[in-house]
Design a protein around this ligand. Structure first.
Ligand SMILES: [Zn+2]
Length: 199
């Protein structure tokens, strides 16, 4: 960090998560700052460390809708403010206006692998079933059978417990009647698992 006003407290609060060794299943969530206008995600550290003329300042959203337009007035930079300034002890700190929690995928997978039957479920996954021309799941399809990796096939019986097929899903829905508000859910499913344990 640059010299100047100290904002260690807010840095600690939003800093990258630390693993709690006493509790390996501690749920680690990283946070990103979301623009309240265009919804672009930004690094929290950049927002709280942003300064103008050596002083903590509000950072405006740099997202450009048309970044390649040579006329700057037509690249539609968002410019929405990403933080508010607050007094903390004797210093001014920039607090992000909206945070977007992002679970840590490494840790989530680690938690799944520690479940007693997880690897057994992977071993029993579709690659061992070869029912005659019946397409009942993703692993009966050509893409799954031929998915290439380093000159060989990615999904095989030998790699059933280590090569995971992750499917990223995004869906929007309107939770309230008579309003324009929409919410979306983003989730990842593990295609290797039997359908009952996929999500
Ligand atoms: Zn924006």
């Amino acid at each position: 960090m640059d010299e100047g006003e100290k904002n260690d407290d807010v840095e600690d609060f939003f800093a990258s998560p630390k693993i709690d060794n006493d509790n390996e299943e501690a749920f680690i969530v990283e946070s990103l700052t979301a623009c309240t206008d265009c919804h672009k995600l930004h690094n929290v550290k950049d927002i709280i460390a942003y300064k103008e003329e050596g002083k903590v300042a509000i950072m405006n959203c740099p997202y450009k809708e048309y970044p390649n337009n040579p006329i700057s007035s037509r690249n539609h930079q968002c410019n929405n403010s990403l933080s508010i300034l607050k007094k903390n002890k004797n210093a001014t700190i920039a607090v992000p206006r909206m945070l977007y929690p992002k679970p840590n995928i490494h840790q989530q997978l680690s938690i799944l692998y520690q479940r007693p039957d997880f690897e057994n479920m992977l071993k029993l996954s579709g690659i061992q079933k070869n029912e005659n021309n019946i397409y009942s799941d993703i692993y009966n399809g050509k893409v799954w059978k031929n998915f290439p990796f380093d000159g060989s096939t990615f999904f095989t019986t030998e790699t059933a417990t280590t090569h995971l097929g992750l499917l990223l899903n995004l869906d929007w829905f309107q939770p309230f009647s008579y309003t324009q508000h929409s919410t979306s859910a983003i989730y990842v499913s593990i295609c290797n698992l039997p359908r009952v344990g996929t999500h």
